[in-house]
Write a new protein. Structure first.
Length: 431
């Protein structure tokens, strides 16, 4: 995939948050790891922070390329990535020191941490906290923040109910605390704009990462880093249609909750491609993005007797496919944009039972939190970051990325994560 020009300056659903750094010894270590690489850090005078930044040109190129491939599930040259995306991967490519690991463990047990260095306060708000995606994103973001000596404090807020009123209350609490940066995944779309407007008025850098915002919201936020939902919907539909042959088929659409901003983007784009190929929608439904909701939807689909050739969903397909395998029936071809590592086990079980079906995935974007952190810090340091940045999102066959099946990784962690199995387990236990 190659994106050029304005295509760089251009989403998705839910799940994450972030914590901290501390200690003068770590400050020395981190400062030694960073380097000046030509970044336009003109904001030093107003913030009193170091101008050194870890960027794509200051790290080992092979490590950087490997990190980008792991995150994107495909080879995309670093030279073709938007600068802020490449810089985020650069930070993630540097292994955490022992001191940083200890701080990460400490920070994930708390709602806020002080680092003992820097001047910036970074706040991470999670709109949901009811599944492993949010927990993993929180740890991803925390690990990213640990690399920046400019960060003094990190605050984590979350909505246990997934209620927009609670989300807005959390955001306004962060504004009242006069944080410097807020990183938000706007699951509720434009509903978060009142808080974003207040943050802007208060001089706070407000970054959205993952879920989309409507065009009219662009100037209310400092930068958007949306998941390319329309792109993956189109690409996934093309892959499934090509694999199914020329015969017209029926398909099913599923998403988590009614009215979410994610499905509003990817479903129409996938539907356009499918209808052009002569396919018809047979089923649509909601799962609340929970295992129970997914299993119920799958059982209802099986019981309906409808011959669905493909299923599209914006979370893990495991609970959909298991009932088919248990019933000895070949599962429909599937596309999900947030597979779990357990997808490899489900695919293996289907193969052992002679029930092979095509499974397609795109990256689980839990690491988008890292881009949000990097973008916010670079903006505060005076770096020119476009108002909208789009990372490439390849759609790949699960069978082609078996090398991503990391030994020891918890099965319910989103695929891929840039965390080690040890840190992924820590993220899940921290909640």
């Amino acid at each position: 995939m190659k994106i050029t020009g304005a295509g760089w300056t251009e989403f998705r659903r839910t799940r994450f948050s972030m914590p901290i750094v501390a200690g003068t010894v770590l400050a020395t270590i981190l400062t030694g790891c960073s380097s000046t690489t030509g970044a336009n850090t003109t904001d030093k005078a107003s913030h009193g922070v170091p101008t050194d930044l870890i960027t794509a040109s200051s790290v080992d190129s092979k490590q950087l390329a490997a990190t980008a491939k792991k995150a994107l599930l495909a080879d995309v040259p670093v030279s073709e990535l938007p600068p802020v995306v490449a810089d985020a991967f650069a930070v993630a490519s540097k292994p955490l020191t022992d001191a940083q690991l200890q701080l990460l463990k400490t920070c994930l047990r708390q709602r806020s941490c002080d680092t003992g260095q820097g001047t910036l306060t970074v706040a991470i708000n999670a709109d949901f906290t009811n599944n492993p995606v949010w927990s993993t994103r929180r740890a991803e973001a925390t690990a990213q923040a640990l690399a920046y000596p400019q960060v003094k404090r990190i605050i984590f807020t979350s909505s246990s109910s997934g209620n927009i009123a609670e989300v807005l209350a959390n955001l306004r609490s962060l504004i009242a605390q006069k944080v410097d940066i807020i990183v938000e995944d706007p699951v509720f779309g434009a509903a978060i704009l009142p808080a974003a407007r207040e943050a802007k008025a208060a001089g706070i850098t407000f970054v959205t990462a993952n879920s989309p915002l409507p065009p009219e919201a662009a100037q209310m936020v400092s930068v958007q880093l949306p998941y390319d939902l329309c792109g993956i919907g189109t690409a996934a539909a093309k892959k499934i249609v090509a694999g199914a042959g020329t015969t017209s088929k029926s398909y099913a659409f599923y998403t988590g909750v009614p009215g979410n901003a994610n499905a509003a983007e990817w479903q129409p784009c996938a539907e356009k491609e499918l209808k052009a190929a002569g396919w018809n929608q047979a089923v649509s439904g909601f799962t609340q993005w929970t295992g129970q909701g997914e299993t119920q939807a799958a059982n209802e689909l099986l019981a309906s007797g409808k011959d669905v050739a493909a299923m599209f969903y914006d979370y893990s397909a495991d609970a959909f496919l298991r009932p088919y395998i248990n019933a000895g029936k070949t599962p429909p071809a599937s596309f999900v944009d947030t597979a779990n590592y357990s997808a490899f086990d489900v695919a293996n079980d289907a193969k052992k039972a002679g029930l092979n079906s095509a499974n397609y995935v795109s990256n689980g974007h839990v690491w988008y939190a890292r881009m949000g952190v990097t973008a916010g810090i670079e903006i505060k340091l005076g770096v020119n970051v476009p108002n909208k940045v789009l990372a490439p999102v390849p759609v790949v066959a699960l069978a082609d990325i078996r090398d991503q099946n990391v030994s020891g990784m918890p099965s319910n962690v989103p695929l891929p994560t840039l965390l080690s199995p040890e840190l992924a387990k820590l993220a899940l236990s921290a909640g």
